[in-house]
Design a protein around this ligand. Structure first.
Ligand code: NAD
Length: 523
């Protein structure tokens, strides 16, 4: 099967809700005649009327040519009976998320449509293999997973079940491209690509909230500063905690209750209490006001130091050297540098400001044999823009003055330091390491390619970079180090390292000189 068999072919969209009406719009704008059907009488006609007003609004704003809008609308024909769409060569199903309903619909569609019709499902969580079970031609069924809002979101996950014909998946891949989308192949596994890899973005923040390591505001501010469009708390408030919790639960159950995906007590309690986020007026934040701005912190000046030494090599150490040079310039001197060090950060006289390698400040202080230690989070975007929020934590064994001095030094380096309890991997390093780990497992299991994972996360959930792009800018040893530190602190299965990363670590270690510093250096 090739795209030519589907180019311009009549399309049937079943389900005229949020997703179905968007899919009908995109197909019609791409030139296909579109039949739109919904089980609820009048729903397809209502959806077309709504579409007419949203296209009219685009025309009024000058964002759409009036003739094109009119033509697209004319191509959409609401039908009350499926039989009226028997000439369709492709059906995209967007009905209720229920396996039995979807199976019954596709069985009926097999009776109504021609044998060569392609059957696509927009399911976001049900196994494509399971939906195909019982069909006469299960090889014709494929997942075509759009994201909401369909006309704006570029990503389409093309999901193959065990029996999906490769040619069918390729034809849908090519068609999605022709519709102006960016398709990515995925294997039918729980959560497909995006809903699976994104779990740690919520889970790590919820875990830190459970142990009261910081407030939602602080965690949101740190992840926003790392380039995420929304922090996890404000994003969960937007999605709705009921929906977000349901997706987490379904991925957890579908993975045979693998503790890696265990849902959060914090979120369960919010759902139980009806604190669903924006839609209920209260989630982590109260709406319509939303997330309040963080109070502006005033930091004392760093005490005069006798010696400042930048430790480590790599981009973070290079940025630190530059920032420390600027900070010390008014005093007429600059930092020294030790490239070949087991850690990255600043030695300020007897104190240490250390880039997190995952270990809590408490453990780093023990290992270095120094009490005055603070660890700071991984800056994801280099060079760090002035005023960037970055988390840090202070070793409990430090002298009381060091807590304020650590913040003073971070502020002097141009950062907006935000204190966290002494949790391993702080917030950005911990979250990114877990996103990389999940993506690595997805690749190991053949769910997607590394390029597919990167494209999916950037386009499906607007991440500032893909997990494998983060890995390329960090190091396999660095990511594994953070995961191992998390595992050492919490135990259990959540932080187990993906075998894909272990193998990649073995492969890259083979090219490294045998130095003990390679193991823990995470710059
Ligand atoms: P929705 O509730 O807005 O629309 C579903 C429509 O399907 C309703 O109009 C309903 O009347 C109709 N329907 C139900 N059973 C039917 C049947 N047997 N035959 C014909 N019509 C039937 O739901 P939605 O958000 O558009 O979701 C539809 C599908 O898309 C689901 O599988 C969902 O998981 C998936 N999806 C949703 C989103 C999202 O953000 N909403 C994103 C990706 C995928």
């Amino acid at each position: 099967m090739t795209l030519s068999t589907l180019a311009g072919a009549p399309v049937l969209v079943v389900g005229a809700g949020i997703m179905g009406s968007g899919i009908a719009q995109v197909a019609a704008q791409a030139g296909h005649p579109v039949f739109l059907h919904d089980a609820r009488a009048g729903a397809a006609t209502d959806a077309k009327a709504k579409l007419q007003s949203s296209l009219a609004a685009l025309v009024a704003k000058g964002r759409m040519d009036p003739a094109l809008a009119e033509q697209a609308l004319a191509r959409i024909e609401p039908v009350s009976e499926l039989a009226a769409a028997s000439g369709a060569r492709l059906v995209v199903e967007a009905i209720v998320e229920n396996l039995e309903a979807k199976r019954a619909l596709f069985a009926e569609l097999e009776r109504v449509l021609g044998e060569d019709a392609v059957l696509a499902t927009n399911t976001s969580s049900i196994s494509v293999t399971a939906i195909a079970n019982g069909l006469k031609r299960p090889q014709r069924l494929v997942g075509m997973h759009f994201f909401n809002p369909v006309p704006l979101m570029k990503l389409v996950e093309v999901v193959s079940g065990l029996q999906t014909d490769c040619g069918v998946a390729e034809a849908i891949f090519a068609l999605a491209k022709a519709w102006g989308k960016v398709p990515v192949h995925a294997r039918s596994t729980p959560g497909f690509i995006v809903n699976r890899i994104a779990r740690p973005y919520y889970a790590e923040t919820l875990a830190l909230l459970l142990e009261q390591a910081a407030t939602p505001q602080v965690l949101d501010a740190c992840l926003r500063a790392a380039g995420f469009r929304m922090g996890p708390c404000e994003l969960m408030d937007l999605i709705g905690h009921d929906t977000n919790y349901a997706v987490t639960n379904s991925v957890y159950e579908a993975n045979f209750y693998d503790k890696r995906f265990v849902p959060s007590l914090v979120q369960r309690e919010m759902v139980a209490g009806g604190l669903l986020g924006r839609k209920s007026g209260q989630g982590f934040y109260a709406y319509p006001a939303g997330m309040p701005a963080l109070p502006v912190a005033v930091h004392e000046a760093p005490a005069t130091a006798r010696e400042v030494v930048v430790h480590g090599s790599g981009p973070v150490a290079d940025w630190l050297e530059q920032a420390a040079t600027t900070a010390l310039a008014p005093q007429g001197w600059g930092p020294a540098r030790i490239q070949d060090s087991g850690w990255t950060g600043l030695a300020i006289d007897g104190a240490r400001l250390v880039l997190t390698d995952g270990r809590p400040a408490r453990v780093v202080a023990q290992a270095l044999g120094v009490a005055d230690v603070a660890v700071f989070d991984r800056p994801l975007v280099l060079p760090v823009a002035p005023g960037t929020a970055l988390a840090y934590s202070v070793a409990p064994q430090a002298h009381s003055t060091w807590a304020s001095q650590a913040a003073a030094w971070l502020a002097a380096l141009g950062l907006a330091p935000l204190p966290l309890a002494d949790a391993p991997g702080l917030i950005v390093a911990r979250t990114v390491a877990m996103l990389v780990n999940e993506a690595a497992d997805a690749v190991l299991q053949g769910v997607c390619s590394p390029e597919g994972a990167d494209a999916a996360m950037k386009l499906g959930v607007n991440y500032p970079a893909g997990p494998f792009e983060w890995l390329a800018g960090w190091s396999v040893a660095g990511v594994v180090g953070v995961l191992e530190a998390l595992d050492a602190e919490y135990r259990g299965e959540r932080y187990r390292v993906s075998p894909w990363l272990r193998r990649a670590q073995g492969a890259s270690a083979a090219h490294l000189p045998p130095s003990p510093n390679n193991v823990r250096s995470s710059a």
